[in-house]
Design a protein around this ligand. Structure first.
Ligand code: SF4
Length: 290
C-alpha cells in the first residue's frame, strides 16, 4: 500500500499520487502516460486523471506497480472491476498480464490464449485476482521464461497450474533448477507450428526470445523501443554477458518476420513487417556505436 505521508512532493495535488518507494521501473509511465511521468529519478503524477477512462487506466497502473507505490487519497470504489480488466488485451489473443513483480524490477509479462494451450511469457506476481482470471481463460500450459532475471513467481504458477516451464540451460540457477524443459544450444527451437524460440545470447548467455505467428516477438531484456530515442534499443549498461554477442543476436533477428516487439523492460513497438526490418537495421547500426 502506498503511504500518503510518503507522497512525493513532485506529484501534482489531487487524488492519485506516487510515494517515495517508487523504484523507477517505468511501468506506470508507459501504461498511463497521460497521468504519470518521471520527475527527479522517480515517477510522479503530473496530471490528475479526469475522465473515467483515465481514472481506470490510473488504477490499472496502480495494480501493475511492482512496489505498490501508487496510491489514491480516496478509496477507489471500483477496484474489483479494475482487477477484472486484467490481463489487458494487446492484440488478437495476446495480453499484458500486469501485476509486475519487484524481483523482476517490474518487467512486463504476457499471456497468449491459444486453443493448443495457453502460454505465460515471463512471470508476473502470483496474485489471486490474476490467477482467477487466468483460470477463467483456460489456465497455463507453458510458462516460457526469456531469461533468469524475469522469473518472479514461476514456481507458484507451476504448482498452481501444473504448467511446464521453459528456460535455456545457460540460465539455470538454484531458483530454476527444477524447470521442466531446459533448452540448449543456439539454434531456434519450434515449440509448435506457431511458436518459435530463438536463442539471442547477449544480455545473458542463455537469453531467448519467443516468436509467435511471425507477428509477435516477446523480447525479454534483449530488445525494446525507446520513446526518448524513437528507435529500437538494447540495454548496454545492463548487458551482463556480451555486447558483441547481443549485436550478433539482433542481426539474427533480421531473418525473421514480426510486427510487434513486446519487451520485459522498455516500451513495446508495433509496425508493419517492412518498417520493423528498417528499425532493426537502424538499431544494429546504433548498437555498434555504443
Ligand atoms: S510502476 Fe510503481 S515502481 Fe514503477 S515507475 Fe511507476 S510508481 Fe514507480
Amino acid at each position: 500500500m502506498a503511504q500518503l505521508q510518503q507522497r512525493r512532493s513532485q506529484n501534482i495535488a489531487g487524488n492519485v499520487y506516487v510515494d517515495s518507494s517508487c523504484i523507477d521501473c517505468d511501468t506506470c509511465r508507459w501504461m498511463t502516460p497521460e497521468v504519470f511521468r518521471r520527475e527527479d529519478g522517480q515517477s510522479a503524477v503530473y496530471h490528475q486523471p479526469q475522465t473515467e477512462a483515465q481514472k481506470a487506466r490510473s488504477l490499472q497502473a496502480l495494480l501493475a506497480c511492482p512496489t505498490a507505490s501508487i496510491g489514491t487519497v480516496e478509496k477507489p470504489q471500483n477496484i474489483k472491476a479494475i482487477h477484472n480488466t486484467f490481463p489487458l488485451l494487446i492484440a488478437e489473443n495476446v495480453y499484458h498480464c500486469g501485476y509486475h513483480a519487484e524481483s523482476s524490477f517490474g518487467a512486463a509479462s504476457y499471456f497468449i490464449q491459444h486453443p493448443d494451450g495457453n502460454i505465460l511469457v515471463d512471470s508476473p506476481r502470483f496474485t489471486p485476482p490474476l490467477v482467477k482470471q487466468i483460470e477463467k481463460m483456460g489456465g497455463i500450459r507453458w510458462l516460457y521464461l526469456t531469461h533468469q532475471d524475469d522469473i518472479a513467481d514461476h514456481r507458484k504458477f507451476q504448482q498452481h497450474f501444473g504448467c511446464d516451464r521453459i528456460l535455456h540451460e545457460a540460465e539455470i540457477n538454484a531458483k530454476t533448477q527444477d524447470v521442466e524443459i531446459k533448452l540448449s544450444g543456439t539454434n531456434p527451437i519450434k515449440l509448435t507450428p506457431e511458436l518459435l524460440i530463438i536463442p539471442v545470447p547477449g544480455h545473458t548467455k542463455g537469453h531467448t526470445v519467443l516468436l509467435y505467428q511471425n507477428k509477435f516477438l516477446f523480447t525479454g531484456d534483449h530488445l525494446a523501443w525507446s520513446d526518448e530515442k524513437q528507435q529500437l534499443i538494447a540495454f548496454r549498461r545492463v548487458c551482463w554477458y556480451s555486447w558483441t554477442a547481443l549485436i550478433q543476436s539482433t542481426q539474427k533477428l533480421q531473418n525473421y518476420t514480426f510486427e510487434w516487439v513486446l519487451p520485459g523492460h522498455g516500451r513495446r513497438y508495433h509496425n508493419d513487417a517492412a518498417t520493423m526490418q528498417q528499425e532493426l537495421a537502424k538499431c544494429i547500426d546504433w548498437q555498434k556505436t555504443v
